[in-house]
Design a protein around this ligand. Structure first.
Ligand SMILES: NC(=O)c1ccc[n+]([C@@H]2O[C@H](COP(=O)([O-])OP(=O)(O)OC[C@H]3O[C@@H](n4cnc5c(N)ncnc54)[C@H](O)[C@@H]3O)[C@@H](O)[C@H]2O)c1
Length: 330
C-alpha cells in the first residue's frame, strides 16, 4: 500500500511525518499551493500535484489522508470513495448538517476503511479517565467540567485564515470544542439537551464558547472552548465528579515540559498549535497506527463515520443554540 496526503498545511505535515514512521510510503501530496506542496512532497520522496484525479486514478495509492480545511469535504470524499480508497479524514466531518448527512449516507455500506481524525480518543489521559470511569472507580458520574483553550489559530495559507471565518470553520465550537464533544459522547453516550453561548471578540471568529450538556444518562457537562488565550498558548483540563470520587486533569500541572509552539512554514511561524511532549508518543501517531491496523485487520475504526457524524451534529446543534439563544434538543 501507498498513501497520499491531501493538504500540505498544519495537519497534512503532521500526518506525513507520522507516516514516515510506518512501513507505508507517501506517494503523493496534493495541495493547490505549489511551493508548500512540493516542499512537503520532497521531504518524503513523494510527488506534488494540484490535481486530485492523479491520486484517485492511481491504483497503487490505496490510502488517502484528507487534511484540507473544513469547507472541503464532500466533493473530495465522494471522489476517494468512487476510487475505493481507505480514508482518514480530519475532523470535523463537515461544516454543515446538510453536508454531514450526505456524507453519512454516502458511506453507508462502504467496504473500505473510513476513519475520522478525532484524535482526543488517543490522548492517554483522556482514554485512561474513560477507562477508570467505566470500571466504576469513581462510582456513578454526575458533573463534568472540560476546557480546551488556545490562542487564535492560523492557517498555513497566509492569504486567507479560514479559521477566523465562522462560515468556513464553524468557529471554536466546531473546530476546537468538537474534540471534547466527541470524547464526551464516547464516554457518556447520547446527549438529551444542550445550550451554548458564544462570543466573537475579534471579527467573525466566534472565538469563545460555553456549553452545558445534559446527557441521557443524567450526567451534566460544562464545556469551555476558547481561542482567546495568549498567542502560542494551549491548555486543556477536565474534572469528572462521581458518587465515590473525582478524576482531575490539567495539562498545565501534569507535564514537566511541553512545547506549544507554532511550526515554521515558508520562513514564518504559522499553523494552529498542538501540544507536544518529548516523553510521550504522539497521539496523532497512535491514531494513524490504529487506522492502518483497521485496514490490515478489518477491524472497525474507533471513530467511524457514524461517530464523526454524531460529534458534528452535537457541535452544529450547539452553534444553532448560540445563534437562537435557545436550548437544542438532540
Ligand atoms: N485533529 C486535530 O487536532 C486538528 C488540528 C488542526 C486542524 N485540524 C483539522 O485539519 C483540517 C486542516 O487544517 P490545517 O490547520 O491543516 O489547515 P491549513 O490551513 O494549515 O492547511 C490547509 C492546506 O490545504 C490547502 N488547500 C486549501 N484549500 C485547498 C483546495 N481546495 N485544494 C487543494 N489544496 C487546498 C492549503 O493550501 C493549505 O496548504 C481542518 O479541517 C482542521 O479542522 C485538526
Amino acid at each position: 500500500m501507498k498513501a497520499a496526503i491531501i493538504g500540505a498545511g498544519f495537519m497534512g505535515t503532521i500526518h506525513a511525518e507520522n507516516l514516515s514512521h510506518s512501513d507505508i510510503p507517501l506517494n503523493w501530496v496534493m495541495d493547490k499551493d505549489k511551493e508548500r506542496g512540493e516542499k512537503l512532497a520532497q521531504k518524503y520522496n513523494a510527488t506534488w500535484t494540484p490535481d486530485i484525479t492523479k491520486i484517485t486514478g492511481d491504483p497503487k495509492t490505496e490510502i488517502v489522508i484528507h487534511a484540507l480545511p473544513t469547507p472541503y469535504r464532500l466533493e473530495f470524499l465522494k471522489q476517494y470513495m468512487a476510487a475505493g480508497k481507505h480514508i482518514l479524514c480530519e475532523k470535523p466531518i463537515a461544516r454543515t448538517m446538510e453536508e454531514a448527512r450526505k456524507i453519512l449516507e454516502a458511506f453507508r455500506g462502504y467496504k473500505k476503511v473510513f476513519m475520522a481524525g478525532h484524535v482526543l480518543r488517543f490522548f492517554w489521559e483522556y482514554a485512561f479517565a474513560r477507562e477508570m470511569l467505566h470500571a466504576g472507580e469513581i462510582g456513578e458520574p454526575g458533573i463534568v467540567r472540560i476546557s480546551r483553550c488556545s490562542g487564535l489559530p492560523a492557517s498555513y495559507d497566509r492569504q486567507e485564515n479560514w479559521y477566523l471565518d465562522a462560515k468556513k470553520s464553524g468557529g471554536v465550537l466546531l473546530d476546537l470544542s468538537i474534540h471534547d464533544l466527541d470524547w464526551l459522547l464516547w464516554t457518556f453516550g447520547a446527549v438529551k439537551r444542550g445550550f451554548a453561548q458564544t462570543l466573537a471578540t475579534r471579527g467573525d471568529a466566534t472565538d469563545y464558547a460555553l456549553a452545558i450538556l445534559k446527557f441521557k444518562n443524567g450526567v451534566l457537562a460544562h464545556v469551555e472552548g476558547s481561542w482567546t488565550e495568549a498567542p502560542g498558548s494551549f491548555w486543556t483540563a477536565f474534572e469528572i465528579s462521581g458518587k465515590d470520587g473525582i478524576i482531575e486533569f490539567d495539562m498545565r500541572d501534569a507535564s514537566t515540559l511541553t512545547f506549544s509552539v507554532k511550526k515554521e512554514i515558508q520562513g514564518k511561524k504559522a499553523g494552529t498549535i498542538s501540544p507536544e511532549s518529548p516523553s510521550l508518543e504522539s497521539p496523532y501517531l497512535v491514531e494513524q497506527r490504529h487506522f492502518i491496523d483497521c485496514i490490515n485487520s478489518g477491524k472497525k475504526p474507533m471513530t467511524d463515520v457514524n461517530e464523526a457524524f454524531e460529534s458534528a451534529r452535537l457541535a452544529i446543534g450547539l452553534i444553532e443554540s448560540a445563534r437562537t439563544n435557545k436550548p437544542f434538543e438532540f
